[in-house]
Design a protein around this ligand. Structure first.
Ligand code: ADP
Ligand code: MG
Length: 326
């Protein structure tokens, strides 16, 4: 493709860039490649192998002076395990790659590993390798996670069907509000601290993802890392459908409602546009929804794709893009 001179990544956007990469590297037949929460490769006649990788960069994903190293270790593991959960898979191992400034205290590193180990233990996932290098100033953490899923059963973003219900496994917006509180330096009362904890120590919905996968009426699934304003759009594009969202049905925690009332924040905007809740977003038939045992909230339904904007679609356009200015 001939590129006009001077165009920058900000114009392309994070997802424009990923699309550009995907166009050059189509997945081989029978493999789910770029575009879902994990790549899916056939392991044998019984099992698929799942692989995903995620990077956390100082200054972009976290502020070293604010996040406790234990929480950063926790979060590095959690956001990766969440992508396995999003496929309905079982995590089987992680690889941890670190670029670290030489002046970083060993105690900082030990606390980071304590957090990483805690999540690894909770989900029974061994750390199997990685890479270590020096960085001139910023900390950069990359985790690769492996998982498995019964053959052909992983839940892809492309599986949503018209009339499916759209559900999430828990309250949204807490993490975004926690980040806002950190950036604005607001007083950390119990509610604000609870939101910051949700931002720093997200809980990947690993058991819930596997439980949902057992229900054949659960169709598309992904985890919420950029906010449903952007993440739901990925399901809609992959499935070539549209959606109506009932904004009043979006679950909001009490801590979020109280903190928003106190600080004049808009909880729904935070829930739609803020990422990193790491709840699961899935679509399912009405019958299937009645059989789901894991906590979940119905927030909308899948409709036929139409190219005119309609009522119930004002959730669009929010969500996080790494290259676009906010
Ligand atoms: P998630 O939020 O679930 O981790 P991302 O939005 O980071 O997913 O990425 C979306 C898809 O694009 C994934 O399938 C991911 O593997 C792929 N992807 C992202 N960046 C790159 C890249 N630099 N090269 C190839 N694939 C990429
Ligand atoms: Mg994901």
């Amino acid at each position: 493709m001939q590129e006009q001179e001077g165009r920058r990544l900000a114009e392309l956007g994070e997802f424009g860039l990923i699309e550009r990469i995907r166009a050059r590297f189509p997945a081989p037949d029978g493999v789910t490649g770029i575009g879902d929460d994990c790549a899916v490769l056939k392991q044998d006649s019984m099992l698929d192998c799942l692989v995903s990788t995620d990077m956390l960069v100082e200054g972009t994903h976290f502020l070293r002076e604010d996040i406790p190293p234990y929480d950063l270790g926790w979060k590095s593991a959690a956001v990766n395990l969440s992508d396995i959960a999003a496929m309905g898979g079982k995590p089987t191992g992680t690889f941890l790659s670190l670029a670290l400034p030489a002046g970083l205290p060993v105690a900082w590193m030990d606390a980071f590993l304590d957090g990483y180990a805690e999540l690894s233990k909770r989900f029974d996932v061994p750390l199997l390798g990685g890479d270590t290098t020096a960085s001139p100033d910023r900390i950069c953490i990359n985790v690769t996670v492996l998982g498995e899923c019964p053959y052909g059963r992983s839940r892809l973003r492309s599986a949503a069907a018209v009339d499916d219900l759209i559900c999430v496994t828990g309250p949204l917006g807490d993490s975004a509000a926690g980040l806002k509180a950190i950036l604005e330096g607001v007083e950390r009362d119990a509610d604000v601290q609870a939101l910051i904890d949700r931002h720093y120590r997200p809980m990947p919905r690993v058991a819930e993802g596997q439980e949902l996968r057992l229900n054949l009426g659960v169709h598309a699934m992904m985890d919420i890392s950029d906010g449903i304003g952007s993440d739901l759009q990925h399901i809609l594009d992959a499935s070539e459908v549209d959606a109506q969202i009932d904004k009043d049905a979006i679950p909001l925690s009490l801590a979020l409602k109280r903190a928003c009332a106190r600080h004049g924040w808009d909880p729904v905007a935070l829930a739609l546009g803020g990422g990193e809740d790491y709840e699961l977003l899935f679509t399912c038939t009405r019958q299937a929804e009645m059989l789901i045992c894991v906590p979940h909230f119905v927030i909308g339904r899948i409709t036929k794709r139409s190219y005119s904007s309609s009522a119930g679609s004002d959730w669009r356009g929010s969500g996080f893009d790494h290259f676009k200015k906010r």
